[in-house]
Design a binder for this molecule. Structure first.
Ligand SMILES: [Zn+2]
Length: 396
């Protein structure tokens, strides 16, 4: 079968020189089920994101033990081909797959309790990222417990379940934290208008929050249009702020807005620190952006600390997601499609076939790219769903 792999990696996970790395379309052995709980899945579509770009272009990405190549792709949509008769999955079911697998450290309480998204040892494995092959291949085999059934109505945008699960995990955390008081959030601020920022903005709108998206992308970008079309406000960063050292705080003050909730989705660390000051009283700042660099900046530490203490503010980091976050994410995506028809479709700006991936220029992707291993118009004939609108809602 065909797979898109990053080759030229160093076994054992040492950082490879990026010059030795290549993204290639390879012929690999089709995997087979080995245990009763294994499920064979045919891949329909794989979404690409910033992590894939970093694996391809930067010092990132760890191959499986003893190997020098890694199949990329961690945002998947597929159809079950083979599963055990007593499995909750049957051939013809549409599924997406979780990314992280637990570490084997006996002292990692999180992994020992099935909460590998909170792994303490750092020795977890992530398919398509760290120590295990991803899903950008014609087939994969995975244990049923890491597969989530995709309801038929969610099929066209089911490939977005993984990025949406990131938003759902943090929203769930925010709600738990805010049980510390009577909290009636009105305004959410999303930093960044990439795929994650846009999904966070759509989510905030589904939650009925007044939403402001602050991003450096131009006011006439496709992302800005999506922001406005979900009823949020788009504010281009870097214009009319002059020499303001804290442009986000200045903008919010001038607009008379109090940020009850901030989702930081850029990974630009100076903005993460500025957001601590911009955050309103009793608010939560959720940091979701990964920062691969090593930047140092000067920060007004007294002012930041004073604000966090005197206004009961909370800052939390969040990564990866659990099974229930995928399930809630699939529910939310259906909610978004009902509320803002067509927006999720417009989020995927670039669709390509598997053969075109090695030649892909990641810097030219509009908002989000998706790789169709099976043309979308053929998906329905591979799915044997009854059309039952299975919905999951844990914390919506
Ligand atoms: Zn662990």
């Amino acid at each position: 079968m065909k797979a898109v792999r990053v080759t030229g990696l160093v076994p054992g996970g040492a950082e490879a020189e990026s010059s030795a790395k290549r993204l290639e379309l390879c012929e690999v052995v089709r995997p087979e089920r080995r245990t009763p709980s294994d499920v064979l899945v045919r891949v329909l579509c794989v979404g690409l994101d910033g992590t894939d770009r970093e694996i391809v272009t930067e010092r990132y990405g760890v191959p499986p033990a003893g190997e020098t190549a890694l199949t990329i792709g961690h945002e998947s949509l597929g159809v079950v081909i083979e599963a055990a008769a007593d499995s909750f999955l049957k051939p013809g079911d549409a599924v997406c797959a979780l990314v992280r697998r637990p570490c084997s450290d006996p002292d990692c309480t999180a992994c020992r309790n099935g909460q590998q998204d909170f792994c303490e040892s750092g020795r977890y494995v992530e398919r398509g990222i760290k120590g295990a092959n991803g899903y950008l291949s014609e087939y994969y085999v995975e244990d049923a417990k890491y597969l989530v059934k995709v309801p038929l109505p969610a099929l066209p945008y089911g490939v977005l379940a993984e990025p949406q699960s990131i938003v759902e995990k943090v929203w769930d955390e925010v709600q738990r934290i805010q049980q510390r008081l009577v909290w009636q959030p009105k305004t959410a601020v999303v930093l960044g208008s990439g795929p994650l920022g846009l999904l966070a903005a759509f989510t905030c709108r589904c939650l009925g929050l007044e939403t402001i998206v602050w991003s450096k992308s131009s006011d006439d970008s496709a992302g800005a249009a999506l922001v406005r079309d979900c009823g949020a406000v788009y504010k281009q960063a870097g214009v009319d702020s002059g020499s303001d050292a804290a442009p986000l705080s200045g903008y919010l003050r001038q607009a008379g807005k109090r940020a009850d909730l901030i989702f930081e989705c850029t990974g630009y660390s100076p903005l993460a620190f500025e957001a601590m000051t911009a955050l309103g009283p009793n608010g939560v700042l959720a940091l979701l952006g990964v920062t691969p660099g090593s930047r140092s900046i000067e920060i007004p530490a007294d002012q930041v600390n004073q604000g966090l203490v005197l206004e009961n503010k909370c800052v939390l980091g969040s990564v990866n997601a659990s099974r229930k976050d995928f399930e809630t994410g699939l529910f939310r995506l259906q909610q978004m499609e009902a509320k803002f028809p067509g927006l999720l479709g417009r989020l995927v700006t670039d669709r390509l076939r598997l053969e075109a991936v090695p030649g892909l220029d990641f810097s030219r992707i509009g908002i989000k790219a998706a790789v169709d291993l099976v043309p979308p118009e053929q998906w329905a004939e591979l799915i044997s769903g009854t059309g039952s609108d299975a919905v999951y809602s844990f914390s919506v």
